[in-house]
Design a protein around this ligand. Structure first.
Ligand code: ADP
Length: 284
């Protein structure tokens, strides 16, 4: 059977009744159905051991499902060669996984090299990717991973995952090992980047605040890969679908909601009458 053609209305990633039972009998995920539309950043959250990483790794076949079906761009991943599949799926993990003996430049160029791009094209692409993640290619490109901070290494990891321009990015706790200040900056930069590149992103985190900040939608998992709710952050916080979600988002839900509430112009205090604008004010 050939893959059905994809239309723009089709999800980029589709999990259909997916399950994973490990050989020791652990059921990590059972009967999971979930669609991720193209261009969406979906965060998977939930307590440790609830099946988030297993779910993510089934998408690029680092883990094989024991039941169900996963489609990426309309193609059944079980019928796709794993190497070919992974070239179309960028992967960023917590421990970065940079090659320690390769320069930053060589690390970022890994997949394009495997794809047989010519040197000039690789060079241009690596420069563009380093620029994109806020690293100066001239100075940073020649360094080795151990000569970078944790945050810089993580940026290189993101640049490497994006180098071959995959439509899908899988990110597994990518910023968790970074100190809070650098993490905050990385999150802000990643949001800006995502607005530009609009990849379909599945982002695993145990940090609800990170999910609220980054996710277009959040999928809340419970033990056994059971999906409790998948909704935009405001809805997860404002209308938790189950007691479990309410418990997971916690008693400071109202405070968290403030962080995702957009101020509207009409909510702002009107200017005081009689106040004279300085000359030249009001310029764009
Ligand atoms: P999370 O990412 O939410 O922390 P995981 O997907 O890593 O959860 O794990 C889900 C469950 O599957 C856990 O009970 C975990 O112990 C189990 N598990 C994960 N990997 C394996 C494995 N290779 N063999 C057996 N059990 C595993």
């Amino acid at each position: 059977m050939t893959a059905e053609p994809t239309t723009s209305a089709d999800p980029m990633i589709s999990l259909r009744g997916v399950g994973k039972r490990y050989p020791d009998g652990t059921v990590a995920v059972a009967g999971l159905s979930l669609d991720v539309p193209a261009g969406e950043l979906l965060c998977l959250v939930g307590p440790s051991g609830c099946g988030k990483t297993t779910t993510m790794k089934m998408i690029n076949r680092l883990v094989e499902p024991t039941s169900g079906q996963i489609l990426v761009a309309g193609e059944d991943v079980a019928r796709t060669d794993p190497v070919r599949l992974r070239r179309r799926i960028g992967y960023v993990i917590q421990q970065i996984g940079l090659f320690p003996h390769l320069t930053v430049r060589a690390n970022v160029g890994t997949v394009p090299r495997m794809l047989g791009w010519d040197r000039a094209r690789i060079r241009a692409r690596v420069d563009a990717m380093l620029d994109l993640v806020g690293l100066d290619p001239a100075t940073m490109g020649r360094r080795y991973p151990h000569e970078l901070s944790g945050g810089q290494q993580q940026r290189v990891g993101v640049a490497r995952a994006l180098a071959a321009d995959p439509p899908v990015l899988l990110m597994d706790e990518p910023f968790s090992a970074i100190d809070p200040i650098a993490r905050d900056r990385l999150q802000a930069e990643f949001l800006r980047l995502q607005r530009e590149i609009r990849k379909t992103v599945v982002f695993v985190t145990h940090d609800l605040d990170e999910a609220i900040r980054l996710g277009d939608r959040i999928a809340v998992f419970r033990q056994g890969g059971h999906l409790e709710q998948v909704d935009p952050p405001t809805r997860i916080l404002g209308r938790p679908a189950t007691d479990f979600v309410a418990g997971f988002t916690g008693s400071d839900r109202a405070l968290r909601r403030l962080s995702v509430t957009t101020l509207r112009r009409e909510d702002l205090e009107p200017p005081r009458p009689g106040r004279v604008e300085p000359a030249g004010g009001g310029q764009p």
